[in-house]
Design a protein around this ligand. Structure first.
Ligand code: PHE
Length: 503
């Protein structure tokens, strides 16, 4: 069967940007910047972008486009026993999309509620008690929270309809879901700069506190944020690129995708901190205090800021619609990637049935995050999967492409098809910087974990997090060993037959 193609190069870039730009840009990036001292976070962030982000994105695009297969097939072509790395990547992104859709489900609830702005009195209470109905600790699960569960179901139905005809329907949907949230962000920015105090917010966002650079945690957060935000190590970019023609440009598409993505993050930072500056002025608090609220930023501090604005319902609705639209193309890119990759290995199902199966199972698996202890689980799983799985996939991919296959071979391919030439720095980045930097961070992170358990959660709950890291890794190692064994057996089988022929 002829491989489906993106309608045009612009559509491919839109889809890649759609996958990259998501809640990571508007929710995760600003809260990390706030948590790690404002402006100073930009230093490791930009460094991570150029040292690791761009080279790895280029590698993933090149692999997918050259091999014309999803992650498993492409990695097998790089080295016959490494297909399991694709499984590790896809399992990790599947786990991520399960909780990511739950954050979208909260956004849907907030969007719906925007028209009455019910959080105006006490946004903290509204989020934790009213929406999440959160239990006092992870030890009490508290049963399923049905409104969130229903909202999750709606989110998954929406995601399914975006992908039901594969890259063809994705190619249409992205024309709406990519530019629209950017447009909405512009509306929010215009609102922000017409409010008193926005400059205080920007000052916090742009003034570096250099001492924060001595904290290893800041560096880990910046590197894992780059992986998360560029959808690296998910197997998504490989799968998306596999639907390009094998002679299409690689280098330019990489730069365009990476720069638009980070541009939108930086832009979202101006929106978020501008509005926080306004809120700090009107409530006589410090921007730093508001910004340090962590993952609650989008659902506690921001709704509060929005409720202080004139015409609060309108700007609240705009903000939560933005979150939803941003999330949806990241979420469906994972469904697409898993579908594409499975279809490459078996023709047993149609792409339609497969997408339905994947959406259905991710929705079911996501139910754990819709319990009243769901936020705790979400926090734990997010911590482990983004800080370990994505980084581990990053290291292994660099070893596979840089050493086992050969960075130079891949670079030559990139240069054959691209207008913009890539220098030898790229080989060094893939072979040395990426694995060394990521491995150092990984070891450091592990060391911290041993020193103090993440956020003081009980051991049984952290075991779930470790399970999400170890199980996919175990699958990878098992597949690696069995396929090595198979290849060796085949080699031994073949040798008695070939040697007489040669003689
Ligand atoms: N790049 C996405 C973001 O920043 C991360 C993501 C991709 C999450 C795909 C889920 C699925 O939001």
């Amino acid at each position: 069967m002829e491989r489906a193609r993106w309608a045009s190069r612009t559509v491919f870039v839109l889809a890649a940007v759609g996958s990259a730009v998501g809640l990571g840009n508007v929710w995760r990036f600003p809260y990390l910047a706030g948590k790690y001292g404002g402006g100073v976070f930009l230093v490791p962030y930009l460094l991570a972008l150029f040292v690791v982000g761009v080279p790895v994105l280029m590698m993933e695009f090149a692999i997918g486009q050259k091999m014309q297969q999803g992650a498993i097939g492409s990695f097998t072509k790089l080295h016959p026993s490494w297909g399991g790395l694709g499984v590790l990547a896809l399992l990790s992104s599947f786990i991520i999309v399960c909780y990511y859709a739950v954050v979208m489900a909260w956004s849907l609830i907030y969007f719906w509620a925007s028209f009455g702005v019910p959080w105006a009195q006490d946004p903290q209470d509204y989020f934790f008690t009213h929406v999440l109905q959160i239990t006092e600790s992870v030890d009490t699960i508290g049963g399923i929270n049905w409104p969130i569960c229903l909202s999750l179901l709606i989110v998954w139905v929406l995601i399914y309809f975006c992908v039901w005809r594969g890259v063809r329907s994705v190619g249409k949907v992205v024309w709406l879901t990519v530019p629209m949230p950017v447009f909405l962000l512009v509306i929010l920015l215009i609102r922000a700069i017409t409010l008193p105090g926005f400059l205080d917010g920007w000052a916090f966002y742009l003034t570096p506190v250099w001492s924060a650079l001595l904290d290893a945690e800041v560096w880990i957060a910046a590197f894992s944020q780059i992986f998360f935000t560029l959808t690296l190590g998910f197997g998504v970019m490989v799968a998306y690129a596999s639907h390009k023609e094998s002679r299409d440009d690689v280098a330019k598409d990489t730069w365009v995708t990476a720069l638009i993505n980070s541009g939108i993050s930086l832009f979202a930072g101006f929106v978020v901190f501008g509005i926080l500056g306004y809120m700090a002025t009107s409530t006589h608090t410090q921007v730093a205090e508001l910004a340090a609220s962590g993952p609650g930023l989008a659902f506690v501090v921001f709704p509060e800021a929005l409720s202080l604005m004139p015409v609060p319902w309108f700007f609240s609705a705009v903000f939560f619609l933005t979150l939803l639209l941003l999330g949806i193309d990241s979420a469906f890119s994972v469904v697409e990637a898993v579908t594409i990759t499975i279809l490459d290995t078996t023709q047993r199902w149609t792409s339609n049935t497969l997408s339905l199966l994947i959406c259905g199972s991710a929705c079911l698996a996501g139910v754990i995050f819709t319990t009243r202890a769901g936020l705790y689980f979400l926090d734990i799983v997010d911590h482990f999967v983004t800080n370990y799985n994505l980084i581990i996939v990053g290291i292994l991919q660099a070893i596979l492409a840089g050493w086992l296959y050969g960075a130079e071979k891949l670079r030559r391919y990139i240069n054959e098809v691209s207008d913009w030439r890539v220098g030898r720095w790229w080989n060094r980045a893939i072979q040395w910087s990426v694995p060394v930097v990521l491995a150092t961070l990984l070891v450091n992170q592990f060391w911290n974990e041993l020193q103090e358990p993440y956020e003081g959660y009980p051991a049984w709950a952290l075991m779930i997090g470790w399970g999400m890291v170890l199980l996919p890794c175990l699958v990878f190692f098992t597949l690696l060993c069995t396929s090595r064994g198979r290849i060796r057996a085949r080699g031994e089988d073949a040798s008695p037959r070939t040697s007489p022929g040669r003689r």
